[in-house]
Design a protein around this ligand. Structure first.
Ligand code: PMP
Length: 306
């Protein structure tokens, strides 16, 4: 097909892309009871390698816990399946999407005997917010929708149902001419993007909302914190950031497996810093891309070579 991919791994088997189907009465379709991951495989100087696969897999299993969901495959099986899927389709750089969800058995809200279905797909996917966005930054709006509070739904689990909120916020932004949204938490402080964590730079110090701000414990967030500290920056990763602080920031940027490191140049039409990618953002972005493409030897333990 057009993306040059033809295979999906589903419940232990490789099936044709068109045959990766599920029943319309699937529990997860009705109630959002699924968990997923978004991972990138980079075409590195040492061949294709999945970035921080182990951490993504750990989060995948952890996301199941609040839902009493048991993935009927162990980590070795899912790793083998993923590597095989990438090799079979001859992919070098790609996005990997594992998903587990309550399948078809009963349509009571209680999943009862619903099976946990598991699938993995991989396909080529360029810059999430566009190549130009990585260089020049994006214009975002603060959404009128608030994030779920972690007292309402576990925000540290990457649950399919949570993305209704992300979709509402992102589409509200795009309808208003912005590339993406910033979502405040229920208390009104800055939480994250619909599918990204957020960082703020002020007077040479880097801030990012703490895990208690109802955010996803992002793996790119963790990577960038580590890279920033290695570069000598002070990083406050338990920050509480007010809406007003967005406007007075020297720099803002998003992080995510899909979004990578994306500068933010305007919030609600207020110019941030000098209105383009800031110097700290650029430095961290460069460190990030050097890392994931293996132009450095650092952190080789973060890579699973295909
Ligand atoms: N927050 C949300 C809500 C997300 O969906 C994502 C993407 N998984 C992130 C943050 C960034 O997390 P990661 O760096 O692990 O992709």
């Amino acid at each position: 097909d057009e993306m040059d991919v033809d295979t999906i791994w589903m419940n232990g088997e490789f099936v044709d892309w068109e045959d990766a189907q599920t029943h319309v009465l699937t529990h997860g379709l009705h109630y959002g009871t699924g968990v997923f991951e978004g991972v990138r495989c980079y075409d590195t100087e040492n061949g294709p390698a999945i970035f921080r696969w182990d951490e993504h897999l750990d989060r995948f299993y952890a996301s199941c816990k609040p839902y009493d969901m048991e993935i009927p495959f162990d980590t070795e099986e899912l790793t083998e399946a993923t590597l095989d899927l990438i090799r079979r389709q001859d992919l070098a750089s790609c996005y990997v999407r594992p998903i587990a969800y309550y399948g078809y058995d009963t349509l009571g809200v209680s999943p009862g005997d619903c099976p946990t279905d598991v699938a993995i797909a991989a396909w080529p996917w360029g810059a999430y917010l566009g190549e130009e966005a990585l260089e020049n930054g994006i214009e975002v709006m603060v959404s009128s929708w608030r994030k779920h509070a972690s007292s309402q739904i576990p925000t540290n689990a990457k649950t399919t149902g949570l993305y209704v909120n992300s979709m509402l916020a992102g589409e509200e932004a795009r309808r208003n001419g912005y590339a993406e949204a910033i979502v405040l938490n229920k208390e009104g402080d800055v939480a994250e993007g619909p599918g990204e964590n957020i960082f703020l730079v002020r007077d040479g110090v880097i801030y990012t909302p703490g895990l208690s701000e109802s955010i996803l414990d992002g793996i790119t967030r963790n990577t960038v914190i580590e890279l920033a500290r290695e570069a000598g920056y002070e990083v406050n990763d338990t920050a509480s950031i007010s809406r007003g602080e967005l406007n007075t920031a020297d720099e803002l940027f998003f992080t995510g497996s899909a979004a990578e490191v994306t500068p933010i140049r305007k919030v609600d039409n207020v110019v941030i810093g000098n209105g383009s990618r800031g110097p700290v953002t650029e430095e961290l972005q460069e460190a990030f891309f050097d890392l994931v493409h293996r132009r450095t030897d650092d952190h080789d333990e973060w890579f699973t070579y295909v």
